[in-house]
Design a binder for this molecule. Structure first.
Ligand code: NAD
Length: 319
């Protein structure tokens, strides 16, 4: 069996092993593949199994590569694959669900704690000698914020949202949540509220819903206008949940005190993105998922997915 990984670098920049996939046949791993159909076709035309993270697999690509029998994702999301075209050709597409719930939740809290304490900034200031030369025994450059007693509103209270809620509750925050679906596990952590109540009551709003037509641009001029003055917004879900121009204006006018985002509307971020340079906006390069532990888990599930396909019983098949 010929197996091609189209874009393996982010999953395994060298600290993990591909040997799990190698066991199943002749493996070719490309760090990256240009998003040009002809090049993608050239690389997978004789492959039996294709593994991709962000490289698109279109209907035309599948038509041009009749040997392909299996597509494995190196991610939870699978929107880069034309799944209906794959289904028509009898090709299962397997994704990797929930390999990183805890670490993505941890990262949302890390963004929030950075906004509350600016540890990186203060550590740099000490390294630069500012403490040695300080007239007092301490100094700080930003407002420092205590979270206990404040209200966190979580939009999208699924696996990651609930994990964030548990950590925030442990820090003494009151948790309210808005979700289309209410469940018992969520009820044990938070009080479910309407979107209106969440917007008007929250000191911190954290986004954990998927990108859907109903959630695209959910944070915009109108919803920001209904938030408390000085609210903090956290987003490590999907960039397009936020109308970035509206958030940038709200940050610059102090309506929103600060934002921590690990995702933006177009990635990698483009020069000219309004959040670049917006006041108190902390941006990280889509790394919430990328702890070695979660990448390792992702690799193991991708290997299990291919094994299940080879054994004739594909698992984690999306549609
Ligand atoms: P999940 O499916 O367990 O939870 C999503 C929740 O959102 C569900 O409870 C669902 O009912 C709710 N929802 C759907 N539509 C909604 C709407 N219109 N309004 C309010 N809630 C709505 O998913 P999860 O595992 O918790 O992941 C959440 C998101 O996190 C993913 O969709 C993905 O975008 C993002 N994510 C980001 C990273 C990263 O590295 N930055 C990594 C993994 C996941």
């Amino acid at each position: 069996m010929k197996i091609v990984v189209l874009d393996g670098y982010c999953e395994n920049p060298g600290d993990l092993s591909w040997e799990g996939l190698e066991k199943f046949g002749a493996l070719t791993v490309y760090d990256r593949t240009p998003f040009e159909q002809e090049e993608i076709i050239r690389r997978i035309s004789d492959a039996d199994a294709v593994i991709t993270n962000k490289t698109p697999i279109s209907a035309h690509t599948l038509f041009s590569c009749p040997n392909v029998k299996y597509i494995g994702m190196l991610s939870t999301g699978f929107n880069v694959v034309d799944v209906s075209a794959a289904r028509e050709r009898g090709i299962p597409v397997s994704n990797v669900p929930s390999y990183g719930t805890d670490v993505v939740a941890q990262f949302a809290i890390a963004l929030l704690l950075e906004i509350c304490h600016h540890i990186g900034h203060h550590s740099d200031a000490v390294a630069e000698g500012r403490w040695e030369n300080n007239p007092d025994y301490c100094f700080w450059d930003y407002l420092l914020i205590e979270l206990a007693g404040k209200t966190m509103g979580i939009i999208g209270f699924g696996r990651i949202g609930q994990a964030v809620g548990k950590i925030a509750a442990a820090m003494g925050m009151k948790i309210i949540a808005y979700d289309k679906q209410i469940n018992d596990a969520g009820n044990a952590i938070a009080r479910y509220v309407t979107m209106d109540e969440l917007l008007s009551q929250s000191d911190v709003i954290s986004l954990h819903c998927p990108l859907l037509p109903s959630t695209q641009g959910i944070i915009n001029k109108d919803t920001i206008g209904r938030m408390k003055n000085g609210v903090i917004i956290i987003n490590n879900s999907r960039g397009q949940l936020i109308v970035e121009q509206d958030l940038a204006e709200a940050l610059n006018s102090n309506k929103v005190y600060a934002a921590g985002v690990d995702v933006v509307s177009a990635e990698p971020i483009k020069k000219g993105n309004p959040l670049l340079g917006a006041k108190n906006c902390f941006i990280t390069p889509h790394i919430s998922w990328a702890a070695k532990e979660s990448r390792s888990r992702l690799m193991n599930i991708a290997v299990d997915n291919l094994r299940a396909f080879i054994n004739g019983e594909p698992v984690n098949v999306v549609d």
